[in-house]
Design a protein around this ligand. Structure first.
Ligand code: COA
Length: 263
């Protein structure tokens, strides 16, 4: 197990899983600038650490994943400062989304505003049954500024995204599951075990294949279909240049479990 010092988050690696825990529970883990910078630093660190295969983002305490951007800090910004704040959020969240290793959001409670957007920037969302979701920004006289107007509609469709963004309504985890905002829903007491089991499942796969799959889905998803299919073919072909692909297919034929080495 390794741990490093951050003021606003915990970074712990256990069994090849880097757990990034936003740690301002007295402010329901609201994101101030310092926390956003630490998320970016932790995301970069996990991406480059060969001992990390999977990244998990979660919130400290029982109550909240992240209750949004820090409203107290945000309230002091002028227009240019707010634009810079939004860029900063996009850079930090962008590093998570661009991670070559799968990033799982373990949503343990409030995922509001920037918290919902943080979950959207992760590759997979696993939520506790007590979690609640929403983009309440219009109630503050502003709009989502950390990717919410873009990633939400790409995940759940424009109509449902607008429904959430325009009403600012908060929905429970069951409703989030129904509309495709999360992928898994588990009892709160089982969240950590469920995320650990999910991570173990991915750790048993070829890491280069996981990375290529993320690339194909994310980069291809922004392209026209013919171009995207060409990208998929190239990335598919690239897999055949790896020892892992040889090992994976050989292990199947020899009726044994593969031993992937990430080459
Ligand atoms: N920014 C800054 N501080 C926040 C915050 C945020 N987004 N969300 C919660 N906090 C702080 C509260 O100000 C309070 O601090 P204090 O004890 O110093 O007064 C502390 O966290 C606890 O929050 P509180 O409101 O007392 O908890 P609650 O259980 O009554 O309500 C929420 C929980 C999530 C419903 C409520 O905190 C809330 O509406 N938060 C803002 C959500 C939001 O609009 N997010 C989008 C921001 S763009």
């Amino acid at each position: 197990m390794t741990q490093d010092e951050y003021a606003n988050l915990l970074y712990v690696v256990t069994d090849r899983v880097a757990w990034i825990t936003i740690n301002r529970p007295d402010k329901l883990n609201a994101l101030n600038r310092a926390t956003i910078d630490e998320i970016a630093r932790a995301a970069g660190r996990a991406a480059s650490d060969p001992d990390v295969g999977i990244v998990v983002v979660t919130g400290a305490g029982e109550k909240s994943f992240v209750a949004g951007a820090d409203i107290a800090e945000m309230s002091t910004l002028d227009a240019l400062g707010a634009q810079r704040f939004s860029h900063r959020l996009n850079e930090g969240f962008g590093l998570l989304e661009a991670s070559p290793k799968p990033v799982i959001a373990a949503i343990n409670g409030f995922a509001l505003g920037g918290g919902c957007e943080l979950a959207l920037a992760c590759h997979v969302r696993i939520a506790a049954d007590r979690a609640v979701f929403g983009q309440p920004e219009v109630g503050l006289g502003l709009i989502p500024g950390a990717g919410g107007t873009q990633r939400l509609q790409r995940l759940i469709g424009r109509g449902r995204a607008l429904d959430l963004i325009l009403t600012g309504e908060v929905i429970n985890a069951a409703e989030a599951m129904r509309i495709g905002l999360i992928e898994r829903l588990v009892p709160a007491a089982e969240l950590r075990a469920a995320v650990t089991a999910y991570a173990s499942k991915l750790l048993a796969k070829g890491p280069l294949a996981l990375s290529r799959a993320l690339d194909a889905v994310y980069a291809g998803g922004e392209m026209a279909l013919p171009e995207a299919l060409r990208l998929e073919a190239s990335l598919f072909g690239l897999c055949f240049a790896t020892d892992d692909m040889r090992e994976g297919t050989r292990a199947f034929l020899e009726k044994r479990k593969p031993r992937f080495v990430g080459r």
